[in-house]
Design a protein around this ligand. Sequence first.
Ligand SMILES: C[S@@+](CC[C@H](N)C(=O)[O-])C[C@H]1O[C@@H](n2cnc3c(N)ncnc32)[C@H](O)[C@@H]1O
Length: 416
Amino acid sequence: MVFNWHLDESPPIIESHSKAKLKVLRSYLRAYFDRLNVNPVREDFKLDLIDGFSGGGVFLDGLTEISGTPLVMLEETEQARIRLNRNRKKKLHIDCKFYFIDKKEAHTNYLQKTLLERGYLVGNDKLVIRNDRFENEVRNILKSIQKRQPRAGRAIFLLDQKGFSGVELSIISRIFRELPNAEVILTFAADALVNHLSDRPETAKMVMPLQLQSRVPDLIEMKEGNGGRALVQRTLRDHIRMATGAMYDTPFFIRPRQSRRALWFLHLSMHPIARDVMTQQHWNNQNIFEHYGQGDFGFLGWDALVDSDTIPLFQFRDLDKREMKKGLLESLPKELYRLVYEQPVTMDALRHTLANRTAARFSDLDEVIVELHKEREIEIRNPEGKRRAMTVRHLASTDRVALPSTQLLLGLSRRS
Ligand SMILES: C[S@@+](CC[C@H](N)C(=O)[O-])C[C@H]1O[C@@H](n2cnc3c(N)ncnc32)[C@H](O)[C@@H]1O
């Protein structure tokens, strides 16, 4: 569906998958502000929010106008200002700068009109609207963020393209190189790409922004072989991480009701906590997001490389959580044994290592590790090397996981 905004027409009608995207973006921004401002004595917080494919700002949902992504960014910043100052003695000054870019003039005109009607001051040094292609603007945006925030460089780039080839991956890699604290949220029509795979020259051209030209024959072979769609998606996911240089990703997808095509809502970052905060939002918004596989280390068809039609769908519901935990209790001992075989490893390091491979939040991983400690599969030690009590419930990032002093006989262990 192509969205169009025109000054003398009603805004476009929103579809369910776009509503899902807006909901998760909103809850992520809320969590981001809260998480980075837990320190009650902090006085200043700077953040740059960039909507590189902004659209016209509003949609129609029945007879109601609802906020599109630029307004969600503005509204959540305002809400954060109110919420975070509620119980503070010393006021927290939230200083955000917004960049809204769209290549269509009719869209930026519509956005400008919408923001003015809602009382926002447009065109000052804190709110910039540009009618241009994002790729033409990114260089100057990066420069201006570096100038405004030379130390922290905190920024969230939302790149809500329509298909899969509108964002050059080299641009995202540049963002992370120049601003390691930035985060990127990229929508990506993964299934559309899989459907388009062919040996025709148009395909090679289409995947050029993704640096995938030379891999098309491999991808076609995967799609037609046993791995099917799930294997292509797994390969694509790894490729996007590699090509962008992002250390962490959340590759969950929204499945539009009208079609069977999965739409990825990829969150890319350099920090495992950022990944964990986004994963929490998927759990908080059950039934909107899905992925293939079970949620443990069989995630995204990791092990079950059969066609995605036969892989169970994971939807972040209570039932999925129970199944995921069962899976983690079975698979984590082997993983941990491998990781801590030579020496104890801190929880922090384990979280870094395991984050990308499961739909579990850090809190879920902690619960399973505590359970394994109780079963004497592994041992949790404090930084001084002393064994934690069997009743331990919360783990610190400095706690260490070690092999147990007395190992279970192999037949009794979950590793057997
Ligand atoms: C899916 S819509 C965005 C919807 C919006 N994010 C929302 O949910 O409120 C994609 C928008 O990107 C714009 N666009 C497409 N290619 C672009 C590019 N290279 N640079 C900037 N804008 C682009 C389109 O004109 C369209 O308005």
